[in-house]
Design a protein around this ligand. Structure first.
Ligand SMILES: [Zn+2]
Length: 198
């Protein structure tokens, strides 16, 4: 049987795109509901893909989630919840860190899911801090679309070609897509490591 902490506990589920983070978050939230825990989930207001009210994963599992823009607003919405899920945490402003600390201090079981790295392969938003604070971390993997090896990176493609390091995050024109890639096949043209400059 899976051991689950009762409260005052932070779990982080992370990994690249297509690694199943949201499925894992939804799985844990559903089990909390079966255990008759008051359960609530949140996601950033900007994530509007598929459904404004649901945490929706690529494979279609869902759990109703409240979209919020400011993490501090989350504290006003938790009411008597014992288990709090937070999806796409990398998109929240830095206040999310103190909000999560406050939730665990109040005895909540907090389950955070989010991308550890952006398409450049660099730490994403507050995820590194949340991972350091976590009582338990699950790092999930995907499969490299080039070689079939384990993938830990998110490849951004623009018109089918690897996006450059300095390409704008919001693209005007051009067709954008994402794939999971291993370290060998993750390509970011224009990226240089400081150590090896000059
Ligand atoms: Zn590969």
């Amino acid at each position: 049987m899976e051991a689950v902490a009762q409260g005052g506990w932070l779990e982080v589920i992370t990994g690249c795109m297509f690694s199943g983070k949201t499925e894992e978050l939804v799985r844990r939230l559903r089990r909390a509901v079966i255990a008759k825990k008051a359960t609530i989930a949140f996601k950033p207001g900007i994530d509007t893909r598929y459904d404004a009210m649901a945490v929706v994963s690529h494979s279609g599992f869902s759990f109703n989630a409240v979209p919020i823009d400011n993490p501090v607003a989350l504290l006003r919405r938790i009411e008597d919840a014992e288990v709090v899920g937070i999806d796409e945490a990398q998109f929240f402003s830095p206040e999310i860190v103190d909000v999560v600390k406050e939730l665990t201090r109040r005895g909540k079981r907090v389950i955070v899911a989010g991308l550890d790295l952006d398409f450049r392969g660099e730490p994403f938003g507050s995820m590194p801090v949340l991972m350091a604070l976590a009582d338990e971390i699950t790092k999930l993997h995907a499969i490299c679309t080039v070689c079939g090896n384990i993938a830990t990176k998110t490849q951004r493609l623009i018109d089918g070609r690897p996006a450059r390091y300095d390409d704008p995050v919001i693209l005007v024109g051009g067709l954008e897509s994402y794939e999971a890639r291993c370290n060998i096949h993750h390509e970011v043209p224009g990226k240089t490591l400081k150590l090896f400059k000059e």
